[in-house]
Design a protein. Structure first.
Length: 166
């Protein structure tokens, strides 16, 4: 069977790259585009994406009995800089993912919904927390760990209190 792999792919890293790009184009990117549509309010974009992500993880757990986490993060941790072409693709995907979060956070700032902050730093903090929750759920193989995802935007982004009624 190993020979048949190399008929289609030059190496394992070429296979990994093709799999990651396929997952990005067919699953992740369409989900980001749907949930982070500017037609949605800024915080709704983030929360609806995290709800989708939690649902995806729970569905995977029901289907195969494992919490898999976020494959781009998982593969990035596993391969690091060992496979330059895979690492480059993962950096591009990470930049795209960060852009969606940063854009929603910038819009929330522009609308005065959250306390002033740097959108990039806030996006990085939020994404790191999401990836940490997914990694923890994967390590423990426990989808119940995913419930905290929904609280992350509120806890990290510091919503402004509603204006007092006059």
């Amino acid at each position: 069977m190993k020979g048949s792999l190399y008929y289609f792919f030059d190496s394992k890293s070429t296979l990994a790259l093709a799999a990651l790009q396929h997952l990005w184009e067919t699953v992740a990117k369409p989900a980001y585009e749907e949930h982070f549509s500017r037609a949605n309010p800024p915080l709704t974009r983030i929360i609806s994406f995290l709800d989708w992500l939690q649902g995806l993880q729970r569905q995977t757990f029901r289907n195969i009995g494992r919490v898999l986490g976020w494959p781009f993060f998982t593969v990035g941790c596993e391969l690091g800089n060992q496979e330059p072409t895979v690492s480059e693709a993962l950096r591009e995907i990470e930049a795209a993912e960060l852009f969606y979060f940063e854009s929603a956070i910038q819009d929330a700032l522009d609308q005065g919904i959250i306390e002033p902050a740097g959108p990039r730093a806030e996006a990085l903090a939020l994404r790191a927390a999401v990836e940490g929750v997914l990694a923890r759920a994967r390590i423990l193989n426990d989808p119940a760990e995913l419930t905290v995802l929904m609280a992350l935007p509120i806890n990290i982004l510091r919503l402004k209190p509603p204006a007092a009624a006059l």
